[in-house]
Design a protein around this ligand. Structure first.
Ligand code: NAG
Ligand code: NAG
Ligand code: NAG
Ligand code: NAG
Ligand code: NAG
Length: 282
């Protein structure tokens, strides 16, 4: 598949995935009946329940949202079901999700809702399919208030134990509490305060400040001027492959998950965006 093809199909299925995730009763899987913190995600049973819910319901949600996605994004979708699995089946490696749940303690309060995902992608595509350099001012990030979570690679919480209506696709939730770095395996664009999972084939580690260039490697963003106390966060963009390849697993490497990058071994080849290595025919 061409790079561009992967990218467009990726965006489409990515949105479908997000909507599928958002449509699930997250608080069931991440919160105990007795109201224990949603941070009790070390419990393997709740984690596998979360995953099971996703996979059981996913195919149905794709059908519900396919027309809307076609209308809004104007993509030509040839085969939703076939391409889906390749980009967004995380079932083989859920370590990134476990790690994020353990690190944040309030994972469901940091995950973008349908409204936020829509806001991001509609801005993204309004700009002529270019990389979104900025999003419109909104409830959480605007000219009068721009908390750290609005910066690239950062996100905030709606508040611990606050319920979020993940399915609400109209109103952005107020999300400006406890802003922190984006988890590995997720991306946090500038101008919104939530996290979106990276698709498979992407490599979304935490950024490290390159003191020579001043950028947060491997991404292109910098520590915002005037915020000396700020640090590099996680990924800030899921690179549209046409506008930059920061986030994709580079050629010569493969990324079995969005937080792992391994070198292609002898006798194998790895295209950009690979999740596994291919044996060469000799
Ligand atoms: C999917 O949709 C079909 C038909 O509408 C329904 O019978 C089935 O129970 C649904 N499955 C899930 C997991 O929601
Ligand atoms: C995801 O991949 C696993 C194995 O890699 C497979 O068993 C499972 O059916 C896939 N899930 C979906 C929804 O296709
Ligand atoms: C600007 O953001 C702050 C919080 O970050 C919010 O309280 C305020 O309502 C926003 N203003 C507008 C005009 O959206
Ligand atoms: C900083 O970036 C430059 C240019 O991309 C690169 O050559 C250099 O190795 C980077 N430094 C570190 C410490 O990664
Ligand atoms: C810088 O960050 C630290 C740790 O988050 C905080 O305690 C301190 O007050 C901050 N300083 C300023 C000037 O914002």
């Amino acid at each position: 598949m061409s790079r561009r093809g992967f990218s467009l199909i990726g965006v489409t299925h990515f949105i479908v995935l997000i909507i599928a995730i958002l449509s699930l009763p997250l608080d069931v899987s991440c919160q105990d009946e007795d109201g224990a913190s949603s941070g009790d995600s070390t419990n393997p049973a709740s984690l596998s329940l979360f995953v099971e819910l996703i996979y059981n319901q996913m195919s149905n949600y794709t059908k519900i949202f396919e027309p809307e996605i076609k209308k809004n994004l104007g993509f030509c979708i040839t085969n939703v079901d076939a391409d889906w699995n390749r980009a967004f089946n995380f079932s083989d490696n859920l370590e990134f999700l476990t790690a994020c749940m353990q690190k944040t303690n309030d994972f469901p309060q940091r995950l973008c809702t349908a409204a936020e995902v829509k806001f991001y992608f509609s801005n993204f595509y309004e700009q002529g399919r270019q990389k979104a350099n900025y999003l419109k001012p909104n409830k959480n990030c605007n000219l009068t208030s721009f908390p750290n979570g609005c910066e690239p690679g950062w996100a905030c919480s709606v508040g611990k134990n606050q319920k979020v209506d993940m399915k609400n696709s109209k109103d952005l939730p107020a999300r400006t509490e406890d802003c922190r770095s984006c988890c590995e395996g997720f991306f946090c664009p500038k101008g919104i305060t939530c996290m979106i999972p990276c698709p498979l084939g992407a490599y979304c580690p935490s950024a490290k400040l390159n003191s020579t260039t001043g950028t947060c490697d491997p991404y292109a963003y910098q520590i915002p001027p005037g915020k000396a106390n700020h640090t590099c966060g996680g990924a800030d963009i899921w690179a549209d492959v046409t506008s930059g390849s920061d986030v994709f697993c580079s050629a010569g490497s493969y990324c079995p998950s969005t937080t792992q990058k391994l070198s292609c071994s002898h006798g194998h080849y790895c295209r950009m965006g690979s999740t596994s290595e291919e044996r060469m025919f000799l």
